[in-house]
Design a protein around this ligand. Structure first.
Ligand code: SF4
Length: 359
């Protein structure tokens, strides 16, 4: 189906279209992309049904306490996003897991099981990502040994301002490992997740703020500090917080008899193998497409590389697909930061408004 055609079917309810009635859009996923797009569309007179599979809104942002690179309170961002849903014309439904999405008679239909059916003139996939399952990297010992945790779990600890080992002690030495589940041929993910380098710096600084006398090591392949103020935080982490950066990938991590973690690596700058024992190892898990992203993309033949959803064109048509009325926003396409996701959602809303106006 061509994006600029609608199978010859007129829109029935478009306020911005030729019929003079409100057009309707179903958005699947109420993370930052879905919420921002819903708000933009409602402001343009489009009726929005926003479907979220969880009971809570916010997508992955609900797992974060402070955001890089300036330690913005994630709850402020959540509040700011949620306040956007107060606009008229947005019907939010939580606990709705869409498992079927298809076009029929000029409408897009999203179904939750066999009963609930949501129909609209266009649909926006904002189904996001899920963190890589660290258990797939067996050699890193996640889920086997105590005190090997993910960056998502570390973030939760910072909420109460207490970073503690499994037996309740303050870790005196801690290591972060970058690129877990990203840039890794073995797990089939050759892409970079783009956010974990700076997140490791942020979390290393947070550790030092809570444990000023502790030792912290970040193991990396390359440090990708490409966002605004990322490089500055990286420098600050070394100058003001004594964070140690070691260029090398950890080949193996295992528990010791006293519940510490022994790491084997190679310092690729010196070429020497390295063994170090720490009290806690934090795995910086990358982004993978969410199961809903994979399922709905595959159903509509827009599945791209690694199971992310595929846009019609990466330069001028990054929010469209090759299906008329099916649009994409945010990390269902690829790893993005939160500001990038929000900007992308605004772009998607603009494309949708243009699409329904053309009807
Ligand atoms: S952002 Fe950094 S840690 Fe994350 S995948 Fe890319 S290089 Fe690895």
């Amino acid at each position: 189906m061509n994006q600029n055609k609608n199978n010859g079917q007129p829109f029935e309810n478009s306020s911005v279209g030729s019929s003079g009635k409100a057009a309707s859009v179903v958005i699947i996923g109420a993370g930052p992309a879905g919420i921002e797009a819903a708000s933009q569309l409602a402001q343009n007179g489009v009726r929005v049904t926003l479907l979220e599979k969880d009971k809570e809104l916010g997508g992955n942002v609900k797992n974060w306490v402070k955001l890089f690179p300036d330690f913005t309170d994630a709850s402020d961002i959540r509040k700011g996003l949620f306040s956007k849903l107060e606009s008229k014309g947005i019907d939010v439904k939580t606990g709705v897991s869409v498992n079927k999405l298809y076009a029929e008679g000029g409408k897009w239909i999203a179904r939750n099981g066999s009963d609930a059916k949501y129909s609209a003139d266009a649909v926006l996939l904002a189904t996001g990502f899920e963190p890589f399952d660290a258990g797939r990297k067996e050699e890193l010992g996640y889920g086997i040994y105590d005190n090997i945790i993910t960056s998502v779990e570390f973030e939760k600890m910072t909420k109460d301002g207490k970073i503690l080992t499994a037996d309740g002690k303050v870790p005196e030495r801690i290591a972060f490992l970058n690129c877990v589940g990203s840039r890794d041929e073995k797990v089939g993910n050759n892409y970079c997740s783009r956010v974990c380098c700076i997140n490791a710096v942020k979390q290393a600084v947070e550790y030092k703020e809570l444990v000023p006398d502790g030792d912290v090591y970040v193991f990396y392949m390359d440090l990708r500090m490409s966002g605004q103020c990322y490089e500055e935080l990286y420098r600050k982490s070394q100058q003001d917080f004594d964070v140690n950066f070691i260029r090398g990938r950890i080949s193996e991590a295992a528990g010791t008899i006293d519940s510490r973690v022994q790491i084997k690596s190679e310092d690729t700058l010196t070429g020497l193998p390295l063994k170090i024992t720490v009290d806690m190892l934090v795995l910086m898990v990358g982004m993978e497409p969410s199961p809903t992203t994979k399922k709905l993309s595959s159903q509509n033949n827009i599945e791209g590389e690694y199971g992310f959803a595929k846009a019609f064109g990466s330069f001028l048509n990054d929010n469209k697909t090759d299906k008329a009325g099916l649009f994409l926003a945010g990390t269902c396409k690829r790893p993005l930061t939160i500001p990038e996701t929000i900007a992308d959602a605004r772009a998607a809303a603009g494309e949708i408004v243009e699409y329904v106006r053309g009807k």
